[in-house]
Design a protein around this ligand. Structure first.
Ligand code: HEC
Length: 174
């Protein structure tokens, strides 16, 4: 009777040990599965983002717009873009004179020959026209004073200045 009881007790404790081991095994399995899932998700996310950054780093600087790919604007759309106003504007001789020369030459300021002073202009006109143009474009210091290059308007083109000289000469000869 004693012996039977003893063996019964042993069986009971064996059973408990088995239960504990089983629970531990289950817990380990479960947590392993969960950890694997999390790791897999992390690896997937990282590799995708890595792939994106590597791809964007390897991209060439420019992109070629191929016709028919939708990136190219239609001719009508391109034509509708307003033309830039900065495209070289052509001024008439009188425009340039009124912008850059009138300050001195209308009233004869700083020793400049007045536009109406035909006598003053005579000797100047008798020198060749290229010298006259060069003096106005590059600047000139004569006996009367200092004529600044392009009348101080260096943004104007040589053609603009030449147009202004033509305008001035036409006024003088009247
Ligand atoms: C700051 C005043 C000033 C302005 C602005 C000016 N000039 Fe003159 N210009 C003079 C003076 C002064 C002389 C005379 C220099 C001399 O003979 O001693 C002169 C002389 C000239 C002559 C005669 C040059 C020669 O060989 O005798 C021409 C041509 C001329 N200017 C053109 C122009 C034109 C074109 C402009 C405008 C783009 C202009 N000037 C603007 C002061 C000016």
């Amino acid at each position: 009777m004693e012996l039977k009881n003893l063996s019964n007790n042993k069986q009971k404790s064996d059973y408990t040990v088995h239960k504990i081991v089983l629970v531990i095994c289950l817990t380990i399995t479960l947590s392993t599965v969960v950890m694997l899932k999390i790791t897999a998700a992390l690896v997937k996310e990282r590799s995708v983002s890595k792939f994106i950054t590597i791809e964007s780093r390897l991209e060439p600087f420019g992109k070629v717009n191929m016709p028919g790919t939708g990136t190219v604007k239609s001719v009508a759309a391109i034509n509708s873009i307003e033309k830039s106003e900065t495209i070289a504007k052509v001024y008439t001789g009188s425009d340039v004179y009124n912008m850059a020369c009138t300050a001195c030459h209308t009233a004869g300021i700083a020793g400049s020959p007045k536009l109406t002073d035909t006598l003053n202009w005579e000797p100047r006109i008798t020198q060749d026209i290229d010298t006259l143009r060069a003096h106005a474009i590059n600047g000139y210091t004569g006996l009367a004073g200092y004529m600044p290059p392009k009348g101080g308007r260096l943004d104007l083109s040589d053609t603009d200045i030449n147009n202004a000289i033509d305008y001035m000469l036409a006024q003088i000869q009247q």
